[in-house]
Design a protein around this ligand. Structure first.
Ligand code: NI
Length: 169
């Protein structure tokens, strides 16, 4: 297993639209293991392949307190969304230190392949539902700050670029 380097907003590669995973093979299983390790190390609850510069439809999530219930969704598709939505505070490993409200469906049903290559359907609500929607946005090239006002987004962009410059020194 290996820790993978993350892309940070406003890196333009975060806007890449991911392609379907062609086959759940050894390459993908290694990628899943590395992404889980990277997510746990960064204390995140979700990670999309886009964030490690792999532009294929693959996300990993663990919203459990014990950090022992990984959810792997390969080629995920939303098959149902609730009528109700809610404003939830979100953060992102690619936008460290920034938290803001995003409107999301309360519940979703997603179909996807697991790491075993088998198809499954997952019903999610609460934090898991929010996390699935956030990570699936990454696969479309969308970062959560893009839901915020242009003013807020620009402020975040400047703050991130400044922090990245200081870190590079
Ligand atoms: Ni994110």
């Amino acid at each position: 297993m290996a820790l993978l380097p993350l892309l940070f907003f406003p890196d333009p590669r975060l806007h890449t639209v991911a392609k379907p995973v062609p086959a759940v093979d050894g390459r993908i299983q290694t990628l899943v293991a590395d992404m889980l390790q990277t997510m746990y190390e960064a204390k995140g609850i979700g990670l999309a392949a886009t964030q490690v510069d792999v532009h294929e439809r693959l996300i990993v999530i663990d919203v459990s307190e014990q950090r022992d219930q990984p959810v792997v969704l390969i080629n995920p598709q939303l098959v149902w969304t609730s009528a109700e939505t809610h404003l939830n505070e979100e953060g992102c490993l690619s936008v460290p230190g920034i938290y803001d409200g995003v409107e999301r469906f309360d519940a979703v049903t997603v179909s996807a392949l697991g790491v075993d290559g088998k198809s499954r359907v997952l019903q999610a609500e609460g934090l898991l539902s929010v996390c699935i929607q956030h990570e699936m946005d990454h696969l479309k090239g969308k970062v959560f700050v893009e839901y915020l006002s242009p003013l807020k987004r620009n402020r975040i962009k400047k703050k991130m670029l400044k922090a990245q410059r200081e870190e590079a020194r």
